[in-house]
Design a protein around this ligand. Structure first.
Ligand SMILES: *Cc1c(COP(=O)(O)O)cnc(C)c1O
Ligand code: SF4
Length: 528
């Protein structure tokens, strides 16, 4: 009895709509269908009828839809009746675990997927052209490596060791001109600018630069340009003093502090926010400096999250890193630690077994995260990806803080590509910083806040949510810059906007009366 009722299930509204569309008569319906089409459709029908899978049924309905759109021929002209198709639709619904109907699938879901596909089509076409990753460029990078290694007279062992990378760093315009084919005026400019700004590229990082390209995103980040000198004229506001309550410590927030544990980096970035204290002169800090920083943390029980930055935390010798992490792990109120480092992309050779062991040991006590800075997919090579893979096994998360930089990552394609590439390399996009107004040296890199919002909002619905970072301005703390997608209210509904197609949808909010006054059932029972 129940079974017959089920069998008589009428088609759902989507299947009804699909069948209506297929059987809608128009002037050509009566026309004779080409023999080949009839044979093709009959073949698909036979396959669908005997199938225990949904695919052949979907294939038949999809083809019928295509034929209707293209040739304006209805199924009946091709020898299929409406009840034939209704029966098949019922078979489809029964096979599908979630009761999805063939109408829902063919008439609704597939067009939605198609519409979604069209939003990323341009990106997929453009990504390898506009924003190739270091993995895609690996053959040329390897050639660069061989050439640079031989020009600098480095052995393979030198190249593959951190000490070798630092010892052979590219820090003079002369060396730069020997390893890259840069035009003479560019080298002259570098000579002028490096009188005021320190340049240091590891040979590895230099090998990521595509030869002869003066707008290469790696070059722009590592070789000081005339703007850095010419932009001067505005006084640099003090960066350090206003947020440093103790030696080496910066604090904006009640429960989080940073220890600036070194002023050194393996490579000096042209857009460095800490340009005033980084990269003038390498300084080794004394034990007492670390002790005073740790004392401040020890004496302030509110502090639960400690970032070790610099400079670059991985520049610290293993011995010091181990000591600081151990000290932090012994402070009961410190619950997590983060290490800020760009070394996995600038000198991945640093990531050795001993470092990994230190990370893992500390992470086993309390969560340890690594926060890195990758600004372009070109910085992800098989070598840096491997470094991140190994680090990600030793710590609880690897996060990226990118800086939005003109010419480096200021287009949708470049930023989507960056976020997807790092996600594929064991790194979670965390922040995108709008390039700060504080340092006039890099005004030329700045991108308007609104352009950044366009780029970041364009990711929603188009790339994995897990690959979408938060967009931040740094102005005495980190201030979110995201666009508001709550457009207003209509009655008791909020009106939300889908960032990917501007469609507005009503969203009933929680009932404020219920929220404020209703008690949970268990609590009511207890009172009764
Ligand atoms: C960036 C930063 C932090 C950490 O901010 P989160 O939003 O927690 O990542 C903390 N202190 C200082 C001084 C910082 O610059
Ligand atoms: S790695 Fe960070 S601290 Fe070092 S130069 Fe680059 S931006 Fe500055």
């Amino acid at each position: 009895m129940e079974k017959t009722i089920k069998e008589k299930n009428p088609p759902d509204e989507y299947t009804e709509a699909l069948l209506d569309a297929l059987f809608q008569s128009d002037e050509k319906t009566a026309a004779a269908a080409p023999e080949a089409l009839i044979r093709e459709v009959q073949g698909l029908f036979e396959a669908a009828k005997t199938a225990s899978l949904t695919r052949p049924i979907v294939a038949l309905f999809t083809r019928l839809k295509g034929i209707k759109a293209r040739h304006r021929l209805s199924p009946d002209v091709l020898g299929l009746s409406r009840s034939d198709l209704e029966a098949l639709a019922e078979v489809h619904r029964r096979i599908d675990e979630h009761g999805v109907t063939v109408g829902g699938r063919v008439h609704r879901a597939l067009p939605i997927v198609e519409e979604a596909d069209s939003r990323v089509a341009a990106y997929l076409k453009q990504k390898s052209v506009e924003a190739p990753s270091g993995i895609e460029l690996w053959d040329t990078i390897r050639e660069n490596m061989e050439r640079i290694r031989s020009v600098l007279g480095m052995s393979e062992a030198d190249w593959n060791s951190y000490a070798g990378q630092i010892k052979n760093c590219v820090d003079s315009p002369r060396t730069l001109s020997r390893i890259l084919d840069l035009p003479a005026p560019v080298i002259e400019e570098v000579t002028r600018v490096t009188q005021s700004y320190r340049m240091r590229l590891t040979p590895y990082y230099a090998s990521l630069i595509q030869r002869g390209r003066v707008n290469d995103p790696i070059l722009l980040q590592s070789v000081p340009t005339a703007e850095m000198v010419d932009n001067i004229g505005v006084e640099i506001p003090p960066v350090a003093a206003d947020h440093s309550p103790a030696r080496l410590i910066d604090q904006f927030y009640p429960q989080t502090v940073t220890i600036k544990a070194t002023n050194m980096c393996a490579m000096y970035c042209t857009h460095c926010l800490r340009i005033a204290h980084i990269g003038k002169k390498d300084r080794i800090y004394s034990d007492s400096a670390y002790q005073e920083a740790l004392d401040y943390i020890r004496d302030n029980p509110r502090i639960r999250d400690v970032l070790i930055t610099g400079g670059d935390a991985f520049v610290l010798p293993n011995r010091i890193l181990r000591k600081i992490l151990k000290a932090l792990d012994e402070i009961a109120h410190v619950r997590m630690k983060r290490l800020g480092t760009r070394i996995p992309v600038t000198a991945p050779q640093r990531v050795d077994a001993e470092l990994l062991e230190i990370l893992e040991e500390s992470n086993d006590k309390k969560p340890l995260r690594v926060v890195t800075q990758i600004n372009t997919a070109q910085e992800i090579t098989p070598v840096s990806r491997e470094a991140f893979r190994r680090i990600s096994k030793s710590v609880s998360a690897v996060l990226n803080q990118a800086v939005l930089l003109k010419g480096v990552n200021d287009s949708r394609v470049k930023m989507w590509r960056l976020c997807e590439t790092i996600q594929e390399s064991y790194v979670r996009p965390y922040y995108i910083f709008n390039c700060s107004y504080r340092n006039p040296q890099f005004a030329h890199f700045r991108v308007p806040v609104e352009q950044g919002r366009d780029i970041v909002e364009s990711m929603y619905g188009n790339i994995s949510g897990d690959a979408i970072p938060r967009y931040i301005a740094t102005a005495g703390g980190k201030i979110p810059l995201h666009r508001d997608n709550v457009m207003g209210a209509r009655g008791t509904d909020l009106i939300l906007k889908k960032p990917w197609n501007d469609e507005e949808v009503p969203y009933p909010d929680a009932d404020p009366e219920q929220y404020a006054n209703a008690q949970f059932s268990f609590a009511r029972k207890r009172e009764a």
